[in-house]
Design a protein around this ligand. Structure first.
Ligand code: MN
Length: 744
């Protein structure tokens, strides 16, 4: 039987004044008797010499810091490489020592570890959002490769926080916020509870000194009263357990740490005197069935508070934390929290990932069992997400969700338990099953009842996903999911689809642009000149080229100009010639079709001022897109019009032809290339007349090689009428090519 009382005090960190290299070696030998202490001593001497002449703000020799860091790493019972890294971690950053030196002296592994720590150290956690995302991202990647890097960094941060008294106030505050933002949650996620608590309380002290000291004083003032209460509760528990069971428990009672009390007060807007459940008791037993036995006893002794019982044994947290938690009305009517777990679970609760070290002999040292890493699946997820996300904003958002959100537990149809952040929906669940399930989910059943996809899951729900092969993910889903997995999968899907669409549009548009000048893309878009062009536009390949055209980042006309400059020059002249009379003709047609607004629907809204673009002259049936203009309402372009792509994409709106599209005539320009045969013009105009199209203008030119180019501006109702006309024109003997001109 063992019992103890622990209280938060103003100085909650250990005394570090008598740390020595001998002390460190003893500490390591205690958990790892075969440790090569000569090597540790060598690293210490090496670091000491390198840092010679450097001092900490406190005036102590700099080596006290790396030594202190390694002490913490020994508290975590880490391997020799980590201990060496702790001693050497600032040498590359702050002294003449290079990575190569470390490698030569202490080997590959230590070099990599020191490099990793140096990299994280060099990341300045600037307050700008973008920068922070990038930094955490790098940090997670550094960790993903070898979690020891982050453990050393955490130890480094803890030692710096412990010895912060001598720093300037601004720096204390900045470091503390950073610690609360990033390092404490990381420690928590790695399951190292004591490290998290110490980091939190130290940061709390420096970030909000006034609040901290006021609270600490209050806690202190009630100390003796509380200590007695703790001993009373322990006494009752001990007596009852011994009396009624065979269990030999070890019971601890303590006040919760200051930062958690402060958070509680802030969350409930209460004063310290109004916060009751500041006391937590821990009962350690030998096996799982004893946990439940003791729980039953506790509930028979004191009335449990509904909704406060949590079974983390049946449903462990993501950081592998297992325990039973219950809050009861203790003696005197005070709320007390009681945690019941086995000694093994307790070790994991305190040491987290470090408790999973299985010391496999590898080379001269021992190594982390990869299986231990496997239990921290969120770590792997994080690295995977890093590889998938392109912007650091997105990544930061993901990391924040993963690190900070509280958890709910739901059941799969098979009865398995899955953990989600608070606020997770059916979409999150679907993506956790499989990407395909996510992509095809249309709804869900919670506890047998059909619910919409956006429905939030509640603790204990049984969730079943309904899928359909016709379903595809939409951007809107991003609003209804919280897990990074779901978000990144949806974003990936949307991105892929956008790229596919951009490819199609880009390819079609390029072909048209080339055809307009009588050129085939198959002939031009290859070979060394084109390769050079791709390189110049930082384009990987033809596919990428089409995608960029589709996104409007490259204009194929420019490509053609690059590949065949003379072609375009000729064309330009021709357009200038025809431009004037065409404009006049258009004017007539536009005046005639004043009711253009009624032709178009803008996202289902009425009464929007709508114009048709004169550059591409869309007609009903064309796929179209709208551009919002200043003062001129919405201008409707053909979906492949290059104007659309050269304009700010944010100004684009979806527009559709309305159902009564046949009411108004629109003008199109048709170009016919033929042999210069007499009588052709008559045949052509006959077709226009018979198909109900009025000719507004015609221009005929012949050239030296006995060919004629006729350009007609005619009115049509829609694309099907137009394609009829084009087909008929094509049938005329001696007509070589008929095309609609869509760029003026
Ligand atoms: Mn350091």
């Amino acid at each position: 039987m063992e019992k103890s009382v622990k209280n938060p005090s103003l100085e909650n960190s250990p005394d570090m004044s008598n740390q020595t290299i001998e002390g460190l070696c003893e500490k390591v030998l205690a958990y790892y008797p075969e440790a090569d202490v000569a090597l540790i001593k060598e690293a210490y001497e090496y670091a000491k010499e390198a840092h010679e002449g450097q001092f900490r703000k406190s005036g102590e020799p700099y080596i006290t810091h790396p030594l202190g860091v390694s002490y913490i790493l020994a508290d975590l019972k880490l391997d020799i490489e980590s201990i060496l890294t702790g001693l050497l971690h600032d040498t590359v950053e702050d002294t003449e020592v290079t990575s190569a030196d470390i490698n030569q002296k202490f080997g590959n592994e230590v070099e990599h570890l020191v490099d990793g720590v140096t990299k994280i150290t060099q990341m300045s956690f600037k307050h700008t959002h973008e920068k922070q995302g990038e930094n955490i991202r790098k940090m997670i990647v550094a960790m993903g490769k070898d979690v020891r890097v982050v453990l050393v960094k955490l130890a480094d941060r803890l030692h710096n926080m412990r010895t912060m008294t001598h720093m300037k106030f601004e720096k204390q505050e900045k470091k503390s916020r950073e610690t609360l933002d990033i390092y404490a949650p990381l420690a928590s996620r790695l399951g190292i509870n004591w490290l998290k608590i110490e980091l939190e309380d130290l940061s709390f002290r420096y970030a909000k000194p006034d609040v901290y000291y006021a609270l600490a004083e209050k806690v202190q003032r009630k100390r003796s009263e509380r200590d007695q209460y703790i001993l009373d509760v322990i006494g009752v528990l001990e007596k009852e357990i011994k009396l009624r069971t065979q269990v030999d428990p070890s019971i601890h009672g303590r006040s919760k740490h200051l930062y958690s009390i402060c958070k509680k007060m802030e969350a409930r807007d209460l004063d310290y005197d109004q916060i009751y459940d500041v006391l937590a008791f821990r009962v350690l037993v030998d096996n799982i069935s004893q946990c439940y036995e003791v729980l039953g006893l506790v509930h028979s002794l004191w009335k449990p508070i509904p909704g406060r019982f949590k079974d983390f044994i049946a449903m462990p947290k993501a950081n592998n934390y297992r325990s039973l938690h219950t809050t009861v009305i203790g003696p005197g009517g005070d709320r007390i929290e009681i945690q019941i777990r086995t000694k093994e679970m307790h070790l994991i609760a305190e040491q987290g990932i470090a408790a999973h070290w299985k010391y496999k002999e590898v080379g001269r040292g021992h190594q982390i069992d990869p299986a231990a890493m496997g239990q921290f699946s969120w770590l792997r997820d994080m690295v995977a997400i890093h590889q998938q996300t392109s912007s650091s904003d997105e990544f930061l958002e993901n990391v924040k969700t993963e690190l900070f959100d509280s958890e709910i537990y739901v059941f799969t149809p098979k009865g398995d338990v899955i953990e989600f952040p608070d606020g997770a929906t059916a979409i999150d669940f679907a993506y956790s099953v499989h990407t395909e399930v996510g992509n095809k989910c249309t709804g869900a059943k919670f506890n047998g009842k059909i619910v919409p996809l956006r429905e939030e899951m509640k603790n204990g729900d049984s969730v079943e996903i309904i899928t359909s092969n016709h379903q595809t993910p939409s951007k809107d889903w991003l609003k209804f999911c919280v897990t990074s997995r779901a978000k990144s999968k949806i974003r990936n899907y949307v991105r892929q689809e956008e790229r596919k669409r951009a490819y199609e549009i880009g390819k079609g548009y390029t072909e048209k642009a080339f055809r307009k000048f009588g050129k085939a893309t198959s002939k031009y878009l290859k070979g060394p000149i084109f390769e050079g062009y791709l390189q110049e536009n930082s384009c990987k390949n033809l596919e990428e080229y089409y995608i960029l055209v589709g996104y409007g980042k490259i204009n194929p006309k420019n490509t053609l100009e690059f590949l065949s400059p003379d072609v375009l020059a000729k064309e330009k002249k021709e357009i200038v010639q025809t431009d004037n009379y065409f404009k006049k003709a258009l004017q007539g047609a536009f005046n005639k079709s004043k009711k253009s607004s009624s032709l178009i629907q803008v996202d289902g809204m009425d009464d929007i001022l709508v114009h048709f673009a004169k550059c591409c002259m869309p007609i009903p049936g064309d796929s179209i897109s709208g551009l919002v203009t200043r003062g001129r309402g919405i201008v409707v372009h053909r979906a492949d019009c290059e104007k659309l792509f050269s304009t700010d994409q944010d100004r684009r709106v979806d527009v559709t032809w309305s159902v009564n599209q046949n009411l108004v005539d629109r003008i199109v320009r048709i170009r016919i290339l033929s042999l210069d045969t007499p009588g052709l013009l008559v045949s052509m105009s006959e077709i226009f007349t018979s198909k109900g199209a009025n000719i507004y203008n015609a221009q005929i030119r012949t050239n030296r090689d006995n060919k004629a180019i006729c350009t007609f501006d005619v009115s049509v109702k829609n694309t099907s009428q137009l394609s009829d006309i084009l087909k008929e024109l094509q049938k005329i003997k001696d007509v070589l090519n008929v095309s609609r001109i869509t760029q003026v």
